[in-house]
Design a protein around this ligand. Structure first.
Ligand code: GRG
Length: 298
């Protein structure tokens, strides 16, 4: 399958849905709405929502039924990017080819826009809890919401981020590096796949296989991100390269070198693809996404 055209087509679906859910309600202050829309509609790859939809479809679910959850995942991801770029965190001026939210709107507005996007995500998720017509059980819906909440807080993104920040300029073990990557990046990727699978109707065995797939691709994604920070083209990346080195970040290339990092990412990709062996050709998008994660140049 042509994974690039698949991703392009799915991105359009997600972009349209995000645009609709971020239409400014009359009572929202215009500056807040502008900042939320600026960052959320700034042209990300939409990989987390696409993974969620692909995971639902591989177990027989329908894309349209998980689209609100897919959007919620992207809003959470955007929140994390806005925060990650703040001066108190990674202090970046560019993201997705544009000025970062705080550079464009100021720090206070960026923090509030990030918060409002995070809360909007849970608004979408709680709206989803009330739906009945798609036949998904209340138990599965609740499970999905819980997966997301546990993936982003003190055992997920926040945990990975705080250890990442505390490790800047220090020598850390391979174990700590893996902890950072697994929590700061892979956790949301795993939650995206697991939510799609749960809502799509996965049985225990399918959920286990898809979780393994997501853990491997999630880590491979961050390793490739580290590699791109060294080798990538700033225009394609839409942000400054070489930032990890500048900030004294601990990365796979820093600890093991570029070639070993690429090999590790490829080995993880192979493991991810192998975990899909029980699925038929409906799993082609997931296989393609795993390949894309380690071959991408943006
Ligand atoms: C979500 C409650 C909550 C807190 C966030 C700031 C923070 C805590 C965590 C930082 C997480 C972070 C930004 C990790 C990096 C992940 C990563 C590699 C992002 C780039 O993802 P892409 O390439 O970006 O999918 P696009 O722009 O395409 O969406």
């Amino acid at each position: 399958m042509n994974i690039v055209s698949y991703l392009t087509q799915k991105k359009k679906i997600v972009d349209r849905a995000l645009d609709a859910c971020l239409k400014k309600p009359a009572e929202t202050p215009p500056e807040l709405s502008r900042a939320m829309r600026y960052s959320a509609l700034a042209g990300g790859k939409r990989l987390r929502p696409i993974l969620c939809m692909a995971a639902a479809e591989v177990v027989g679910g329908r894309e349209k039924d998980v689209l609100p959850v897919a959007c919620a995942l992207e809003l959470i991801h955007t929140h994390s990017l806005i925060y990650d770029d703040l001066p108190c965190m990674d202090d970046d001026d560019y993201r997705r080819g544009k000025l970062t939210c705080h550079k464009k709107f100021g720090e206070a507005t960026a923090v509030l826009a990030g918060d409002a996007l995070l809360v909007k995500a849970f608004e979408l998720l709680s709206d989803m809890m009330r739906k009945k017509e798609d036949g998904i059980s209340a138990d599965r819906r609740l499970h999905a919401v819980n997966e997301i909440a546990s993936a982003i807080g003190d055992r997920g993104l926040c945990a990975g981020q705080i250890v990442d920040l505390a490790s800047e300029g220090k020598k850390i073990s391979t174990r700590t590096l893996k902890y950072i990557h697994v929590h700061k990046t892979a956790a949301l990727i795993v939650a995206s796949v697991r939510c799609g699978a749960l809502l799509g109707g996965a049985n225990e065995k399918q959920l286990k296989a898809l979780t393994k797939y997501a853990e491997c691709t999630g880590l491979a994604f961050q390793i490739q991100d580290d590699v791109l920070d060294v080798l990538g083209d700033e225009k394609k990346l839409g942000k400054k390269a070489g930032q990890d080195e500048k900030m004294g970040k601990n990365t796979y290339p820093k600890l093991f070198g570029i070639e070993a990092s690429k090999k590790k990412a490829t080995a993880l990709k192979n493991e991810a693809v192998a975990s899909l062996r029980a699925f038929d050709k409906k799993a082609e998008p997931l296989r393609g996404i795993a390949e894309f994660f380690v071959r991408r140049d943006f």
